[in-house]
Design a protein around this ligand. Structure first.
Ligand SMILES: Nc1ncnc2c1ncn2[C@@H]1O[C@H](COP(=O)(O)OP(=O)(O)O)[C@@H](O)[C@H]1O
Ligand SMILES: CC(C)(COP(=O)(O)O)[C@@H](O)C(=O)NCCC(=O)O
Ligand SMILES: [K+]
Length: 258
């Protein structure tokens, strides 16, 4: 079985792939200090709780936080006796190489989303992922990542308001009842929610304007459904896109004997 690990700047997700389906998906906060032993205790406790028999013999990692990779590698070696594939490293091939400026270190999460979305939909895509940052990945006709957009994440925007302005509280994102807020919290939620609907819509329209073929917009990340409820932003929403992309990249490397 394949253990797929997706480390973002906020959360780290472990998912167990048996070759046909994901048997479980568990989430923990991303902390670079977390040791290999700590990951394993957390993981095996949840497996035992859910009564899942995991026979892991392979591991693939995507991490937007480089420091975390060391301890995840140690975990793969110590507990699963395997050398993991790490997306973005030279010994982990991509189904289609990216076409960007030389020397650019593309976020591995974006390469993984590209592979996952191309596998499901073919090319000419915009993948919008609501993580710590909100990323837009442009996937060309042949499946190459060819660039995109990085915008501040939704929670980051709300947190920045709270941090910078003494009278603004910490609030969670939700869809406001109306645009005109009649109290501070409603005003903040309206600014971020409708501001974000405008941002996603505006950026996708501009990308489509620069790209000379019709495009499909795929939304992913926990907040995609919330934003979609405000406006028809996406052609499809897939919350397992990153994990699917990890299985696609893993299979490609196996098929090519890397
Ligand atoms: N379903 C959800 N509802 C509300 N907030 C969410 C949801 N999913 C994710 N978030 C929040 O969005 C932010 C980014 O989440 P995540 O996708 O885990 O980011 P990353 O991949 O960058 O670690 C976090 O602050 C998280 O709490
Ligand atoms: C843009 C990101 C911070 C998004 O990461 P996340 O929100 O998943 O934590 C990550 O993809 C990254 O660090 N990218 C490097 C620069 C680039 O992709 O061009
Ligand atoms: K992410």
């Amino acid at each position: 079985m394949l253990l797929c690990i997706d480390t973002g700047n906020t959360n780290t997700v472990f998912a167990l792939w048996d070759g046909e389906e994901f048997l479980c998906t568990f989430r923990t906060s991303t902390e670079w200090q977390r040791t290999a032993d700590q990951y394993f205790v957390w993981w095996s406790t949840l497996l035992a709780h859910h009564k899942i028999e995991a026979q892991i013999d392979e591991v693939i990692i995507s991490s937007t936080v480089p420091r975390v990779v060391f301890n995840l590698r140690v975990m793969a070696d110590r507990y699963f006796d395997t050398r993991p594939y790490v997306v973005g490293k030279p010994d982990c091939l991509l189904p289609v190489p990216a076409r960007v400026d030389e020397g650019t270190a593309i976020g591995p999460d974006r390469l993984v989303n590209t592979a996952g979305a191309f596998d499901r939909h073919g090319g000419d895509l915009i993948v919008v992922d609501f993580g710590t940052a909100t990323t837009f990945d442009v996937v060309a006709e042949d499946g190459a990542y060819v660039g995109g957009v990085i915008a501040p994440g939704v929670n980051l925007s709300l947190e920045a308001l709270h941090q910078a302005a003494a009278a603004l509280p910490h609030v969670d994102i939700t869809k406001p009842q109306s645009v005109i807020g009649t109290n501070t919290v409603d005003c903040m939620q309206s600014g971020v929610f409708w501001g974000y609907v405008g941002l996603v819509n505006g950026i996708c329209e501009r990308i489509k304007g620069e790209y000379d073929r019709p495009m499909t917009v795929v939304g992913t990340g926990g907040l995609a459904p919330l934003f979609s409820s405000g406006y028809a932003l996406f052609d499809t929403i897939e919350d397992d896109l990153t994990m699917h992309g990890l299985t696609v990249i893993h299979r490609f490397n196996k098929d090519n004997n890397t």
